[in-house]
Design a protein around this ligand. Structure first.
Ligand code: FAD
Length: 448
C-alpha cells in the first residue's frame, strides 16, 4: 500500500498511475474537496454559479493530458477555441495573436520585431536545455532579441512574473514557455488553439477520483497528515488528524516547504536536503465576475509597470459563458514573494487597489457591470529554480526507506501545469512501483 499525501492533480494522477500498475493506494487530502489549486469556487449570490478558483487552460498540444482524457473517457467532452492574446503597453491595448499583428507591434521598431520573431524560432531549435540553465534569462534574451525588446517587453513581463527580481532566473524559463505555447499554434502559426472541459478541471479531478475508487483505491477527505513516523530508518506510520496509523510507503505531493514540516526529527538529514531548493512564489488572484465581456483576449499581458497585476485573463474568451451562468470571468493574478506587500494586504484594500487599476485600463467599466468578486491567495504555487540549481532539486527517493517526495518543485525544465504534472506523476509511478514491490511492508518482513 502506498499512502499519498495531497489530493491535488498530482496526488490523484499518481494514485491512478500506481493503481494501473497494480499497487494499492490511499490518498489523504486535508480539504473537504479534491483538486487543490485546480479546485472550484461557488457564488451563492449568483444562483450557485460555480467556476474554477484559478484560470486553467489546456493546450491542444498537451499529449499526456490527451492520453489521460482518452483513458478516462473525457476526450469527447473537450471543447476547442482559437484564443487571442493582447498586450497592454503604455496605456494602450495591442493585439498580438497573429504573425501580422506581431510584426506591427508599435512599441518596437521593425528590426526589434524581427529579432523577437527570431527568438521564438530559435527557441524551437534548442533541444539541449542544460546550457541555458547556466545563463541568466536577461543576458540570453538580450543576445537574441536585443536590448530594446528586453527593456520594453521581456523585463516588465519577467518582473511581474517574479515579483520584481528576475536576476537569478535561468534562460530555461522563457525557453520552456515559448516551446510550450508555440506548440499549440495552428498551422502557419496564425492562431492559438486551447481547449477546456465544460465544468473545468474539476471534471478531470472527478473522473480520476472515480477511476481510483473503481480500482479499489481509498480517498480520505478532511484528513490532515500531521507528521510521518519513522523507526529504524524506515517509515512506520502516519499521524492523521492526531491519530497514528501504520504506513510503509508514503509519497508527499504537497509543496516542499509543507513537506518538510511533516518530517519527524529522525528525518532531519532529509529535511536539510530538501531545504537546498524549496523556494516557491505565492499568488494573490482577484476574480471579477462581469455581466459583460471586457476584452476579446484570453490573455492580456501587461508591460505597463504601474499596473500591479501580471495580466488580465478573461477565461470566458476560451470557455463558453453559458457554462458559468452567462457571466464573464476576469482573473487578475499577482505572483508574490512571501514578503510582498500584496501578500499581506487585507482583502478590502486589495479589492480597491486592483479595481482602481482595472478601471484605469478600462475607463468604461461601470459598477453595475460587476456581479461579484473573489480573492484567492496561495502561499506556494510556482517553484523557483535559480540559475544552475538543477542538481539541488530534491530526488524522489530518500535515505528513509518508504519515504518519497513528488511535487511540482521537482518538475524542471518544464513549467508546472496540468500537462507536466500528469507526465511527472506517470514517471514517478514508474520509478517507485518497483521499489515498493521490492521492499515489502515491515509486517510482511517479520512474518517471513
Ligand atoms: C493562478 C493559477 C493559474 C494557473 N494556470 C494554469 C493553467 O492555465 N494551466 C495549467 O495546466 N496549470 C495552471 N496552474 C498550475 C496548476 O494549478 C498546478 O500546477 C497544479 O494544480 C498543482 O497541483 P498539485 O497537486 O501539485 O498541488 P496542489 O493543487 O496544491 O495540491 C496539493 C494538495 O495537498 C494537500 N495537502 C497539503 N498538505 C497536506 C497535509 N498535511 N495533509 C493532507 N493534505 C495536504 C492540499 O490541500 C492540496 O489539495 C495555475 C495555478 C494557479 C495558482
Amino acid at each position: 500500500m502506498v499512502d499519498i499525501i495531497g489530493g491535488g492533480i498530482l496526488g490523484l494522477s499518481l494514485a491512478y498511475e500506481l493503481l494501473k500498475r497494480g499497487t494499492p493506494v490511499r490518498v489523504w487530502e486535508r480539504a473537504s474537496t479534491l483538486g487543490g489549486l485546480m479546485g472550484r469556487t461557488r457564488f451563492p449570490e449568483l444562483g450557485g454559479m460555480e467556476c474554477d478558483r484559478y484560470y486553467h487552460a489546456i493546450l491542444s498540444s498537451d499529449r499526456t493530458l490527451m492520453n489521460l482524457f482518452d483513458e478516462l473517457g473525457l476526450r469527447s467532452r473537450l471543447r476547442y477555441t482559437a484564443t487571442k492574446m493582447g498586450f497592454y503597453h503604455d496605456g494602450a491595448i495591442y493585439p498580438m495573436s497573429t504573425p501580422l499583428e506581431f510584426l506591427r507591434f508599435p512599441p518596437l521598431r521593425m528590426i526589434d520585431r524581427l529579432r523577437l520573431a527570431y527568438t521564438i524560432l530559435a527557441c524551437r531549435q534548442i533541444k539541449d536545455w542544460r546550457r541555458l540553465e547556466q545563463l541568466p534569462v536577461a543576458e540570453w534574451l538580450t543576445r537574441l532579441s536585443g536590448e530594446r525588446t528586453v527593456r520594453h517587453v521581456w523585463a516588465p513581463l519577467l518582473r511581474a512574473k517574479f515579483d520584481g527580481d528576475f536576476s537569478q532566473v535561468p534562460a530555461t524559463y522563457i525557453w520552456s514557455r515559448l516551446v510550450r505555447t508555440t506548440d499549440t499554434r495552428t498551422k502557419g502559426g496564425s492562431q492559438e488553439l486551447m481547449c477546456y472541459l465544460p465544468n473545468g478541471y474539476q471534471e478531470l479531478i472527478d473522473a480520476l477520483a472515480e477511476a481510483i475508487r473503481q480500482r479499489g483505491g481509498q480517498i480520505e477527505l478532511n484528513a490532515t497528515i500531521d507528521t510521518i513516523k519513522v523507526e529504524d530508518g524506515r517509515v512506520s506510520g502516519l499521524v492523521v488528524n492526531g491519530h497514528e496509523i501504520p504506513a510503509d510507503h508514503v509519497v508527499i505531493t504537497a509543496q516542499t516547504p509543507i513537506a518538510r514540516r511533516l518530517l519527524p526529527p529522525e528525518a532531519a538529514a532529509v529535511s536539510a536536503r530538501w531545504g537546498q531548493l524549496d523556494g516557491f512564489l505565492g499568488i494573490v488572484c482577484m476574480l471579477v465576475v462581469l455581466r459583460r465581456r471586457l476584452t476579446p483576449y484570453y490573455t492580456l499581458n501587461i508591460t505597463d509597470e504601474r499596473i500591479p497585476f501580471t495580466g488580465v485573463i478573461e477565461t470566458t474568451n476560451l470557455i463558453d459563458p453559458q457554462h458559468v451562468g452567462g457571466y464573464h470571468l476576469v482573473y487578475l493574478p499577482k505572483y508574490v514573494a512571501a514578503d510582498s506587500r500584496f501578500a499581506r494586504m487585507p482583502d478590502d484594500e486589495l479589492r480597491q487597489v486592483f479595481l482602481g487599476y482595472l478601471r484605469q485600463m478600462f475607463p468604461d467599466l461601470r459598477d453595475d457591470d460587476i456581479a461579484a468578486i473573489r480573492i484567492g491567495r496561495e502561499r506556494y504555487v510556482e517553484p523557483i529554480h535559480p540559475i544552475g540549481a538543477t542538481d539541488l532539486i530534491p530526488p524522489i527517493t530518500t535515505d528513509i526507506h518508504g519515504l518519497f517526495l513528488a511535487n511540482t518543485g521537482q518538475i524542471y525544465p518544464q513549467l508546472t501545469n496540468g500537462e507536466s504534472v500528469c507526465a511527472f506523476a506517470r514517471s514517478v509511478a514508474e520509478q517507485i512501483q518497483p521499489i515498493v514491490t521490492r521492499h515489502p511492508p515491515a509486517a510482511a518482513l517479520s512474518l517471513a
